[in-house]
Design a binder for this molecule. Structure first.
Ligand code: PLP
Length: 391
């Protein structure tokens, strides 16, 4: 596998060996239950609390404002259902956007069936929510606004600061799904009035199956999972100690390395975008060029939308892991992306994107290797006679 080049860091990231070193001592069984009073239990509890401080620090939060969950999906569900159940569901209005991850959108639909009035904001052709649309959609009974920090398909970063300020001014809580953004771009709850923030370890070089929700002190939340009262009653269930320790270690590394890593990835990303557009005549960038995650590229290939899956398989054969749209898309192969449709793409074009997402372990040399082979892979799929500059 070492000759493989992994450009699908938005789907999941490899475990950082330093994160593995942090979680390893917590894996052997038997190991203490953080709820136990003996030494083993107290040690496990201390490890969980240290991780809580590390995650809190990256967000500028208090440790007590972090609730560990089993995933980003659970964090999103806890935020939306937790706030709206606490508000009584009926007579509540919630606002989200048309481009959210299914963890938010499906949860919104569920809440709608339970009686919550829902508005989904549109996005423009660059994938951005217009703050004026939010301003217009807010009502006196709006309890919650949920807009993602960065999109998993396009990598487009929303101006959550402005959106959160508008929501606060209208008395609505603001949640942001920051699963793609956490540890990649700065998010500071002391400066920005974010009330709830979802995150997930496996997008930040940690393991799968552990996430967290930031809940600003004072926000009322009805738990999704009832039981032994762990996480101050907000999420019952014996803690995934090793996973939580890993998430803490991942957050600590991101805090130390985020600025330098982002600058490095932006360079490689922009080199890839410019070179691909110069070499492959029908390639175009999807989503705002500048409001985007440092390592995230989403490409369209006009006239070849139906060939996107073939192209991914061709690249896979050449040793590159890239994706179409999102990790979920393998469950919905051939279906248009709801994100691209919301950006105004027609169904054929909304089916045919290629997502290249760079991460901590990618290098400039890997990008150059990709640039050697990508135009050829595209050309190999084109009908004869339509080849232009692809070399
Ligand atoms: N939200 C976004 C924006 C995501 O990209 C993902 C995963 O792809 C999730 C939520 C779900 O996170 P998890 O895989 O931890 O359930």
């Amino acid at each position: 596998m070492t000759d493989r080049i992994y450009f699908d860091n938005a789907a999941t990231t490899p475990l950082d060996p330093r994160v593995w070193e942090g979680m390893r001592p917590h894996l052997p069984q038997p190991w203490g239950n953080p709820s136990s009073m003996h030494r083993e239990g107290r040690e496990a509890l201390a490890a969980v609390e240290a991780a809580r401080r590390q995650v809190a620090e990256l967000l500028g939060a208090e440790p007590g404002e972090i609730v560990f969950t089993s995933s980003g999906t659970e964090a999103d569900n806890l935020a939306l259902q937790g706030v709206l159940f606490a508000a009584g569901l009926r007579d509540c209005h919630a606002i989200s956007s048309a481009i959210e991850h299914p963890a938010v959108l499906a949860c919104c639909r569920h809440l709608q069936r339970l009686g919550v009035a829902l508005t989904l904001l549109p996005v423009d052709s660059q994938g951005l929510v217009d703050p004026a649309d939010l301003e217009r959609a807010l009502r006196p009974e709006t309890r919650l606004v949920s807009i993602m920090a960065a999109n998993n398909v396009t990598g487009v970063v929303q101006s959550v600061e402005e959106l959160a300020r508008i929501s606060r001014r209208h008395g609505a809580l603001f949640h942001s799904d920051a699963v793609q953004a956490f540890g990649k771009i700065p998010l500071d709850v002391r400066r920005v009035p974010l009330d709830l923030v979802s995150l997930s370890a496996h997008k930040l070089y940690g393991p799968k199956g552990v996430g967290a929700l930031y809940v600003r002190r004072g926000v009322s939340l009805t738990p999704l999972v009832h039981g032994g009262g762990q996480e101050e009653g907000r999420r019952s269930g014996t803690e995934n100690v090793a996973g939580i320790v890993a998430l803490g270690a991942a957050a600590e590394l991101a805090r130390a390395e985020m600025a330098a890593e982002a600058a490095r990835l932006v360079q490689i990303r922009d080199r890839l975008i410019d070179a691909i557009i110069a070499m492959v005549p029908n390639a175009y960038l999807i989503g705002d060029r500048y409001c985007r995650l440092p390592g995230h590229i989403c490409l369209g290939l006009s006239g070849m939308e139906c060939e996107a899956i073939k192209l991914l398989l061709e690249l896979d054969g050449l040793g590159f892991a890239v994706s179409s749209g999102s990790a979920c898309s393998s469950h919905h192969a051939g279906q248009p992306s709801h994100v691209l449709e919301a950006m105004g793409f027609d169904a054929p074009r909304a089916r045919g994107s290629v997502r290249i997402t760079l991460g901590r372990f990618n290098t400039q040399q890997e990008a150059e290797r990709f640039l050697e082979l990508f135009p050829r892979a595209v050309a190999s799929l084109r009908p004869l006679g339509s080849l232009a500059r692809a070399g």
